[in-house]
Design a protein around this ligand. Structure first.
Ligand SMILES: NC(=O)c1ccc[n+]([C@@H]2O[C@H](COP(=O)([O-])OP(=O)(O)OC[C@H]3O[C@@H](n4cnc5c(N)ncnc54)[C@H](O)[C@@H]3O)[C@@H](O)[C@H]2O)c1
Length: 258
């Protein structure tokens, strides 16, 4: 599906990003993984290479201009074009994010810097490498981007921004045959979702999400990786500006008691 495509994945050393790296590699892509966790980058690279896939992992803090510039200097030495970028990395700072009035300005700025500015910086750096041949940008929103989720105003603001930014990119770069789409996941069992719900007794109840999700199960990182993979493939060649709610129907469910 992705034979000979050079694909950048941010946050590629953990959670959904790592599942995507595995799936993209299996589909024939040359995976270029960026992640702030250098040890996890090393582990992911060893795992993929051990499975016989070529890849490049670069430790990178996507919120830092210098770090992103350095990573793309390395990417520029390895490839002469980029076919897709999957903007997946984000943070959810449980207990520090909250209702707007309770958020410390430094925490607000940190969340905006990683979740929003990080996508801007990486996409900006990737665009010149995508313009020649066209390609695919996949952004990551959340149920927090399409519904009101309490007590995480900064995260929610960044996830709403992913949807607006997807639309801007779709209309500005369509003429280069660069398609931009967005995945809005929810309830995917990763470290982020486990950590983000520690204080919520309802979520701590293993059965709760199974009950409120119309398809009656938690999502897996692989569920999301498969959608990202398809969005980056030529099978999605006329999809531009789409927001895909990949959440088992949670944000469609109007009655959580049934
Ligand atoms: N898990 C869910 O249920 C869920 C729900 C809605 C949205 N999402 C979104 O999906 C994406 C992936 O989430 P996840 O659950 O896999 O998260 P995760 O926390 O399990 O993994 C995130 C990865 O991003 C990396 N990362 C964090 N900060 C970074 C930075 N500054 N620079 C580079 N890399 C950085 C981490 O090291 C980690 O490997 C996020 O954008 C998240 O907001 C997830």
């Amino acid at each position: 599906m992705l034979q000979n495509k050079n694909v950048i994945i941010t946050g590629a050393a953990g959670g959904i990003g790592l599942a995507a790296a595995r799936r993209f590699a299996k589909e024939g892509a040359f995976v270029i993984g960026l992640d702030v966790n250098a040890t996890a980058c090393e582990n992911a690279k060893n795992e993929l290479e051990g499975a016989g896939f070529r890849c490049l992992y670069v430790p990178c803090d996507i919120s830092s201009v210098e770090s992103v510039d350095a990573a793309f200097a390395e990417i520029g030495k390895a490839v002469d074009r980029v076919d897709a970028i999957y903007n997946n990395a984000s943070v959810f700072l449980d207990g520090r994010d909250g209702p707007l009035g309770d958020i410390d300005p430094a925490i607000w700025s940190k969340i905006i810097a990683i979740n929003l500015t990080g996508t801007y910086l990486c996409t900006r750096a990737a665009l010149p490498l995508m313009k020649k041949n066209g390609g695919s940008i996949v952004n990551t929103s959340s149920s927090a981007g399409v519904t009101g989720i309490p007590e995480c105003a900064a995260y929610t603001a960044t996830k709403g921004a992913m949807i607006s930014l997807t639309r801007s990119l779709a209309v500005d770069y369509g003429k280069y045959n660069i398609r931009t789409n967005c995945i809005a996941p929810a309830a995917i069992l990763t470290d982020m979702v486990k950590a983000s719900n520690l204080n919520n007794p309802a979520f701590n109840n293993e059965k709760f999400l199974e009950m409120v999700t119309p398809i009656r199960r938690w999502g897996t990182p692989e569920d999301i990786a498969a959608i990202a993979c398809w969005l980056c493939s030529d099978d999605a060649s006329y999809l531009n500006g789409a927001i895909i709610r990949a959440d088992g129907g949670i944000t469609t469910n109007g009655d959580v008691n049934r």
